[in-house]
Design a protein around this ligand. Structure first.
Ligand SMILES: [Zn+2]
Length: 478
């Protein structure tokens, strides 16, 4: 699915596109990079909010969308010049129809607008594909240290502190970028465990003194650009210390190549393992339906894991399954009604077929709630009409809009207690771990057909550089 302007403008899992003062109204006190920046930047500075938007992961940003948003941002900035500094709360893995490195292009335009002397500081997601253009156009950066991302605000605060230091001590003269020679599937990037945990800890330990920032980003293999993949970046005030800091972190990532891996199961293996574990467990077994994670561009409506759960006659609930037609049909039929319906497979994802069956409608909601979990608390969610429909022992939480299953309130708001379930099948890759691992007996990862392909060897890359390995050595048995 291409990502268009309307997707930003309307909102859903994220606030709608904010202009001017709306930026502060919609992000202050929430869990975004911008939220932490606003909390931390010194009140002695006058803030001129430009624009802030957040679409869920998806296909290419349309040229119309990119030019409209970039045009408004640069237009507003131009009318405010001269400014003392610019902060941008970016993701870092965005590709548009024309620009594989879309954020690099955006930064190029911001740099062209403010000139070479005005500091530009950014914050980035842990999944950023950091490019030479991004590093050239910035004077400081902060990257999330966690996946699941529980430090978005903290990262914005760090960016604010970097910016304040740059305003006091001047623009750092030295900056280096090193690209790591292998890609990392998202399932191998979790910072709750090593080696990723040790790497982000080392990046923090390497900052201070003449090192303004030392960053590690794990990259986002589904984005097709030459510079895709993990990278380390350092900005600082002395060539010798910047060089030493980046050498040390780069060496550490490369030396730990053999440690990146995680077992990945077929849907049948995952369901059958989960059912045998659940026999003696008093807590839920989780199956992550990782290839249909909307946070990675999944459509949220694949049926491979659902099909396996039903065939094995599991006692399970699957969420979040996106199908606006099914949610509407359930609302029209009402609780207790029987509904014969084909759900899912609305986006022509290879290997995905609609799942047709007779379901019973068991729960309904308007899909509006606030997240309170440990992954991303305090977010206002509007999924549109939602329903739970059941076939045998398998329930499906159906929503009208896409959302990654990272928060227990998705189920709780409709009347289902997550920790009372035998098997929780979640359309997520890693974010769910922050709010579900602590109630889980075990967590298994299933690879069912979906739009977020875990194995980079399956991508028809057109722009990726030729000298990068598509997997770390430990992942070659995928
Ligand atoms: Zn991310």
């Amino acid at each position: 699915m291409k990502t268009d302007y309307a997707y930003y403008a309307v909102g859903g899992e994220f606030p709608p596109l904010a202009h001017g003062q709306e930026v502060i109204e919609r992000t202050k006190g929430a869990s975004f990079g911008m939220s932490g920046f606003l909390d931390t930047i010194s009140p002695t500075h006058t803030l001129e909010p430009l624009l802030w938007g957040h679409a869920g992961a998806g296909g290419y940003i349309t040229d119309e969308c990119f030019e409209r948003i970039a045009g408004e941002l640069i237009g507003r900035l131009s009318t405010l010049l001269p400014v003392d500094a610019v902060y941008l709360d970016l993701h870092g893995a965005m590709c548009s129809e024309t620009f594989p490195d879309a954020e690099g292009e955006l930064l190029r335009r911001v740099r062209a607008s403010v000139g070479s002397l005005i500091p530009i500081v950014i914050s980035l997601d842990y999944h950023a594909n950091i490019t030479a253009q991004m590093v050239e156009c910035t004077d400081g950066m902060a990257v999330y240290l966690t996946y699941p991302h529980i430090d978005r605000q903290h990262t914005g605060s760090r960016a604010a502190r970097i910016l304040m230091r740059v305003l006091e001590e001047g623009v750092p003269q030295h900056r280096l970028l090193r690209r790591i020679p292998f890609l990392l599937p998202l399932n191998f990037q979790c910072t709750l465990i090593d080696p990723s945990k040790g790497i982000v800890d080392a990046s923090v330990a390497g900052e201070g003194g003449d090192v303004l920032n030392l960053c590690y980003a794990a990259g986002f293999p589904p984005s097709d650009l030459s510079e895709c993949g993990p990278a380390v970046v350092c900005h600082g005030y002395s060539q010798r210390t910047v060089q030493a800091a980046i050498d040390k972190l780069e060496t550490m990532v490369i030396e730990r190549e053999v440690e990146f891996a995680e077992p990945l199961l077929t849907p049948d293996e995952a369901v059958s393992d989960a059912m045998s574990i659940a026999l003696t467990a008093d807590r839920p077994v989780i199956i992550a339906d990782t290839q249909d994670n909307p946070g990675c561009g999944g459509t949220g409506d694949t049926t491979g894991l659902l099909d396996a759960l039903v065939r094995h006659d599991a006692d399970a609930i699957l969420c979040v399954f996106t199908d606006a037609d099914a949610a509407l049909a359930a609302h029209q039929a009402g609780i207790g009604a029987q509904l014969t319906i084909a759900i899912g497979a609305k986006h022509n994802v290879p290997g995905v077929e609609a799942f047709k069956a007779k379901f019973e409608v068991t729960h309904l909601s308007a899909g509006q709630f606030v997240t309170t979990g440990r992954s991303i608390p305090g977010r206002q969610i509007n999924l549109g009409p939602c329903a739970v429909i059941r076939i045998g022992g398998v329930s499906v939480f159906v929503s009208s809009k896409r959302m990654q299953a990272y928060d227990q309130d998705i189920l709780r708001h409709i009347g289902i207690e997550p920790d009372k379930q035998k098997i929780l099948a979640l359309k997520s890759t890693c974010h769910f771990r922050a709010d579900f691992d602590y109630i889980a007996e075990r967590t298994l990862i299933a690879i069912a057909p979906g739009a977020h392909i875990v194995d980079p060897r399956a991508y028809p890359y057109r722009h990726l550089r030729s000298d990068v390995k598509l997997l770390p050595s430990s992942g070659e048995g995928l």
